[in-house]
Structures are given as structure tokens and as C-alpha cells.
Design a protein around this ligand. Structure first.
Ligand SMILES: [Zn+2]
Length: 358
């Protein structure tokens, strides 16, 4: 019998509502969006808490490229993207303008840094020092992302860049939750090939076992589909399918600090592609209920229908999860990770001598 998600008994101490959202963009690629108070109206009583961040990249409007047409998304022009650090001050000021009980429903994240810059850690420190008492994590930030990475002005980000290790070390020291977008594979990858960024990604994750890391979208994307085994050989270690790769990470004792978010309607399309795939997705989550978090990956929604579409699309999955797994993926894991971050980051700020004005 299909269970409605809300019927599952909520673990003690979790927020009210059907879910928390670990992946929400208040502003878009041209830094326009909605007010947190507008989002609170949309959240209503269905959403308990939400991560709060913008998009760290600004889409250039190049007159020579698109004339009077003002692009608002990276697919709408060839003009480059560049890092937009003011987004962190914008998010901090919007958060501070809220009443205390409204703030309690948000977990702000720092995104406005260039992950290929060895000085990125100084930006993160400067933001925490300038706005103590506000931020609990970093991200969503991106290394490999289909059309985006090559459009970013400057040195292209990479998983082997020591600047990224500095960022993840700082996050580990300060207790910041990390939300990390990195495509596991190249666009339109061929069956039977190991996902092109998987080995580098696992090596990076193993270098930062003290850092709480959420791999956004399970490493999938619009044109980055789940790895398919080659038809010419039986699925197995040398010819893995996506579920095997993910289970390998979940079973690996050196990767216990890594969780996955299932955000984005593009990801839902993969996990719900057929009833059999939906069942296998649910089985995997039921076996590792502490390692998956729901997120919408919605950007500056104008209305509730737009915002709730991803969560509601997952109804077939929610119906197949155990009550325990369902409650953890929708709320429990979010609150375990962010409640710990709220405490650790504040303590770390105090240890630096940075405290918010009363
Ligand atoms: Zn996102």
C-alpha cells in the first residue's frame, strides 16, 4: 500500500513539514531571484528548513554576442560566466533581515569563491569574519559541469587542484557542510567506460575524511546520465552500472563522510525512469538511509507549483521507502548534518574571536 510521506513518524527533534531542502538557489545566473520571505510563503507548512544560497557565477550579457537580448541562463549565450563573490554578502544581508524564527528555518551557505584559486580559503574566512553567526556550509559550488565549466573565465577548475584541497580542509576544520556539484562522467558517455571523473573524485574525497561532503545530484546531470555497463560483458566490477558505482562508494569505509543529494528534476528522471529502476533506487536508499538527502535544486521559484514539482515527482520513490529511510532522506539526515554544522561553525568562529553583534 503506497504510504504518503507525511504519515511516516518523524524522528524526535526534527522540523515540522514533509521535508527539508538541502539544495535551493534563491537567485539565478544573473543574480536575480526572490526574497527569503517570498520563499517562506512558498515553503508554508510543507517545508521545515532549507539551505539558502545563490549561484556563484554571473552570466555575462555581451552586447556583441546577443545584442539587446539579455541572457538569464548559461545556455542562452556564448558569452562567458565569471565568479560573483558579492552573492555571499547578498545572502547574508537577506538572512539577517529576517526575524529570528524565520532565520531558524534557513541554513545559509557560502558560494562566491573560485575553486581554482588558492586564495579561495581567504574569501571563505573573510565572509565568516564579516558575517559571523550566519553561514553553516559552502556550496553548491561546481568543478565539472557539462556546458558550464568551460564557459567560466580564467583557469578551469579541476579535482586535482590543490586550491580545492585547501577549501575542503578549511571546511573540515570549521565544521562547514560542503555541497559539491561534480559531474561523475562526461556528457553522452559511452556504455562500458568507467565514468571519466570518478577516480579523481574518489581520490579527492579520500583526502578529506574529516569534512562533511554532499555530492550533489549523485554526480548526474542533464546530459550526464547514469553509467551503463557494456552489453558485450556481464555487469560487474570491470563493467559497472551506476547503482554498483554508488553502492561501492557507500560501502567504502574511507568514504563514510560522503552523502548524496537526489536534487534536480533531471536526476528524478533517471531514478524514476522505469518502475524497475524506481524499485532499485528505493532498494539502494533503504539499505543506506543515512546517506541520501532530498533537495529540489529549484532556482528562484515564482510559485509553489514550480517549487514542489521535484518533491512531488518523487512520490513513486517515497512510496517504496521504509518509514525510517523516508523520514531520514526527507528531513533526518539534513538536520543531523546542519544541526552539527550550526554548533561547530559558531564554536569555530568564536575560537577565531568572531562573534555576531547581539
Ligand atoms: Zn544546484
Amino acid at each position: 500500500m503506497a504510504r504518503s510521506p507525511a504519515s511516516a513518524q518523524a524522528p524526535r527533534g526534527t522540523s515540522a513539514g514533509e521535508f527539508d531542502d538541502v539544495h535551493f538557489h534563491l537567485t539565478n545566473y544573473v543574480q536575480e531571484g526572490i526574497e527569503p520571505t517570498d520563499f517562506l510563503k512558498i515553503m508554508g507548512t510543507r517545508v521545515g528548513r532549507s539551505a539558502l544560497f545563490g549561484i556563484p557565477l554571473q552570466q555575462t550579457w555581451s552586447y556583441r554576442n546577443s545584442g539587446d537580448f539579455a541572457p538569464t541562463y548559461y545556455l542562452q549565450t556564448d558569452a562567458p560566466l565569471y565568479y560573483y563573490s558579492f552573492t555571499d554578502a547578498y545572502i547574508a544581508m537577506a538572512y539577517r533581515a529576517l526575524a529570528p524564527e524565520q532565520r531558524a528555518r534557513f541554513d545559509p551557505m557560502i558560494t562566491g569563491f573560485n575553486p581554482a584559486d588558492m586564495y579561495a580559503t581567504e574569501h571563505i574566512r573573510r565572509v565568516l569574519k564579516t558575517f559571523p553567526g550566519v553561514f553553516e556550509g559552502i556550496g553548491e559550488f561546481t568543478i565539472h559541469k557539462e556546458f558550464v565549466s568551460s564557459k567560466v573565465a580564467g583557469e578551469v577548475a579541476s579535482l586535482t587542484n590543490p586550491a580545492l584541497d585547501r577549501i575542503l580542509d578549511l571546511a573540515g576544520d570549521a565544521g562547514l557542510v560542503v555541497l559539491f556539484h561534480n559531474d561523475m562522467d562526461m556528457p553522452f558517455a559511452k556504455a562500458g567506460a568507467e565514468p571519466v571523473f570518478l577516480t579523481q573524485m574518489k581520490a579527492l574525497l579520500r583526502r578529506h575524511t574529516k569534512t562533511t561532503i554532499i555530492w550533489a545530484h549523485m554526480g548526474l546531470g542533464r546530459i550526464v546520465h547514469p553509467a551503463q555497463p557494456s552489453a558485450s560483458a556481464p555487469p560487474g566490477e570491470r563493467n559497472p552500472n551506476f547503482a554498483m558505482i554508488v553502492e561501492g562508494i557507500l560501502l567504502d569505509s574511507t568514504l563514510r563522510h560522503v552523502s548524496f543529494d537526489i536534487s534536480w528534476d533531471e536526476v528524478a528522471k533517471y531514478l524514476l525512469a522505469t518502475p524497475d529502476i524506481t524499485r532499485r533506487s528505493a532498494d539502494l536508499i533503504n539499505r543506506y538511509p543515512d546517506r541520501f538527502l532530498f533537495g529540489s535544486d529549484v532556482v528562484a521559484p515564482k510559485d509553489s507549483a514550480t517549487y514542489f514539482a521535484v518533491f512531488d515527482a518523487y512520490r513513486p520513490l517515497w512510496a517504496l521507502l521504509t518509514p525510517d529511510a523516508s523520514a531520514k532522506v526527507r528531513r533526518g539526515n539534513y538536520e543531523r548534518l546542519f544541526d552539527a554544522a550550526r554548533q561547530r561553525v559558531r564554536a569555530w568562529e568564536r575560537a577565531q574571536g568572531w562573534t555576531a553583534a547581539p
